[in-house]
Design a protein around this ligand. Sequence first.
Ligand SMILES: Cc1ncc(COP(=O)(O)O)c(C=O)c1O
Length: 396
Amino acid sequence: MTINWKTTLQTSASVISLIIVLKELYSLYTKSTTKSPSKLTLLSPRTRGIESLIGNTPLLEIKSLSRLTGCKIYAKLELMNPAGSAKDRVALSIIRANETMGNLTPYQDNIIFEGTSGSTGISFAVLSNALGYKCHICLPDDTSPEKLNLLTALGAELEPVAPASIVDPNQYVNAAKKGAEKVNADERDSRKAIFADQFENDFNWKVHYETTGLEILEQMGDERVDVFINGSGTGGTIAGVGRRLKEYDSSTKIILADPQGSGLANRINYGVMYDSVEKEGTRRRHQVDTIVEGIGLNRLTYNFQKAEPFINEAIRVTDEQALKMAKFICINDGLFWGSSAAINCVAAVKTAFKYGPGQKIVVIACDSGDRHLSKFWKQASKVSNDITLNDVLNED
Ligand SMILES: Cc1ncc(COP(=O)(O)O)c(C=O)c1O
């Protein structure tokens, strides 16, 4: 048999070229199928409308506090909601519920009234614009200028009132209720109005039970939550998250972080709503004597009552400690947070030292430092960059 070398060489060259081309094509294919999907899973899907961005906030470990306590301390970044706080969840839930009940119809000049010292008002102002409503906010006239300016920029109607006790008809929550009632009582006025009533409203704690609490459980995965810590403004967050976490694991501790001047800590620890300034008669302001905004109260609200059965203990935090902690996590972790988040972090560190290393502690970071620049952060800025965790807790 004679071998045709020329044909054999040509055929072999063609086969080798084909193999090289196929190999190249295969490597291109595997690159595209192994890289792209993992990249895509980190991206949120395409979406529509600002309301669709509410919730699913990250859970972040605060590295410095974990390292220095031997615990794992995580913060749920509610400040990453589109209008900047946990209140986005509450505002959206109240609007949707009132639409379902027929109390609100979009693009009919319907008005949402709310009494709020800031965050909830900002959430309602943003969502009113997005969903076709007008927004009227009653708030204490000593609310930080950032919040007042932001609400004005967002186009909300503002009604600043003097800080007053809840029994005063002109207190900001009562003023909002009166405003909504007036619109609805006027027969010549075809507009509808609602009083959102975040303090007494069932939709408040429920949305945290349905979303925030569940998200924390999902994000913690196999790790159990030993302790959840939060302050109480309306009480909605600690009620909803506390209930969800306790139902999942009854040994999870729910701890209230309470600022100076608030009576809630005493109520939890001793059964009586009381703060020492009541006795001393030194109260400077009618609401709560603290530089911290958004948490602390001297009355029992419906949402706080929903939280009480799940709260194991309360920790008092002074303004001084909150200011120092805000600066500490800013300098050590790059976390520029608001005053209620700082209070929660102080309580988390106290809890870590009380119960020992290994605890998994979750707190809420409700809003950013941007909203507190002229009041809380004006003082926190003066704290030394070299502040230590011991200095933060020094007063105890
Ligand atoms: C900045 C800030 N942190 C914490 C809270 C407390 O949340 P909750 O009302 O669910 O108790 C509020 C409430 O307004 C707030 O504005």
